[in-house]
Design a protein around this ligand. Structure first.
Ligand SMILES: Cc1ncc(C[n+]2csc(CCOP(=O)(O)OP(=O)(O)O)c2C)c(N)n1
Ligand code: SF4
Ligand SMILES: [Mg+2]
Length: 345
């Protein structure tokens, strides 16, 4: 008689890991974007997020195809190139109870979508915005994007002469309230940052270096697996303790900082080489400015502000989602419209 299969582990929502999966990936084997989808699945499972509370948003690119590969039961909208922030803003104003996970690429965000990106940061719309950053337009055969480093080489030998845009520095400058960088190959750090980002109420930017194995994983690339492994410099070790979990981790005094997020979850940051205060905007911008032009890929949490009100709070929206209110509560009665029109005469 064969042994009974081990029981399926369920999370606090009573769901199994399989409930967080999506369709089978159609991306290249080894693409960093696939690893990020796996980490999103892990983070949502571990936090016990009901998939039907989630809306997945993306633009155009290999990265923007990724939402099909996780949380198959969630809502989703694949917007046009670089215009996902507008769709996300509309969706969250119609229903602010949704948990928004946005996935974009460096081309979708830093090239065609840079204007929409900056205005999204400015509003502090509550969403997790993941940039799957490979320095190229993977979907259209690997041209340099605006995050490619100066001096980086294409396989064909073409050298990028332009300086890169730093999406983290721009996000902090424009008003985002949780800004971090990670690497698709850094399972632990990425999962912790995803869990923390999903618990923050405001705009979260996670710029994840995600190598394109087909067009940008060779010698001369600064976004290849080998280059990032050799040059990754984590600012701190990140530990996330959700509000429902009270496990105490021991830290030596003077080596760690703790940040409490909106929902009571805590972020514990153990200092590594650098002394960085992630609650200081100026310190975060200075840290990123110092790293420019250095042969290092700085990762970790650069900036967090759990106090700034998010966009839906700033707008003082009614607690019920506008999308679910009946017509008689959202359409002003005839007498009110007549009064408005009279006032305009
Ligand atoms: C308006 C418009 N312009 C150009 C394109 C062609 N296009 C498709 S994807 C893409 C870039 C995608 O790059 P990125 O966002 O970095 O995604 P990746 O494929 O690298 O993950 C471009 C330029 C398009 N689809 N629509
Ligand atoms: S072309 Fe590059 S970015 Fe696109 S799926 Fe393949 S490895 Fe990933
Ligand atoms: Mg790209």
């Amino acid at each position: 008689m064969s042994a009974a299969p081990p029981p399926v582990k369920l999370n606090r929502a009573g769901l199994a890991l399989a409930d967080y999966r999506g369709s089978k990936t159609t991306l290249c084997a080894g693409c960093g974007h696939n690893a990020i989808s796996e980490r999103i699945i892990d983070a949502c499972f571990e936090l016990g997020i009901p998939p039907r509370r989630v809306i997945k948003l993306s633009g155009i690119g290999c990265s923007s195809k990724s939402p099909a590969y996780f949380l198959g039961q969630a809502f989703g909208f694949n917007a046009v190139h670089g215009r996902m922030p507008s769709v996300a803003t509309g969706a969250l104003l119609a229903n602010q109870t949704l948990l928004a996970i946005a996935v974009s690429g460096d081309g979708d965000t830093a090239s065609i979508g840079i204007g929409q990106y900056l205005h999204l940061m400015r509003r502090n719309l509550p969403l997790l915005y993941i940039v799957e950053d490979n320095g190229v337009y993977g979907l259209t055969k690997g041209q340099f994007s605006a995050t490619a480093d100066a001096g980086a080489k294409l396989k064909s030998g073409v050298v990028n002469e332009m300086p890169p845009l730093d999406l983290c520095a721009l996000a902090i400058e424009a008003g985002a309230t949780f800004v971090a960088r990670s690497f698709s190959g850094d399972k632990r750090q990425l999962t912790q940052l995803l869990k923390a980002g999903l618990s923050h109420r405001g705009t979260v930017v996670l710029d994840v270096i995600s190598p394109c194995v087909t067009f940008n994983d060779h010698e001369g690339s600064t976004k290849s697996y080998q280059y990032v492994k050799e040059h990754e410099e984590a600012v701190q070790e990140v530990d996330f303790v959700p509000y429902f979990d009270d496990i105490q981790a021991e830290y030596e005094e003077g080596t760690a900082t703790e940040v409490t997020l909106h929902d009571g979850s805590r972020l514990r940051l153990r200092k590594l080489g650098r002394d960085h205060d992630p609650t200081s905007r100026s310190a975060a911008l200075a840290l990123l400015a110092e790293s420019h032009g250095q042969a290092e890929v700085l990762t970790g949490l650069f900036y967090v502000d759990p106090r700034k009100p998010d966009f839906t709070t700033q707008l003082n929206l009614v607690p019920e989602p506008l999308a679910t209110l009946p017509t008689d509560r959202v359409r002003p009665p005839r007498a009110v419209l007549d009064e408005i029109l009279e006032g305009l005469r």
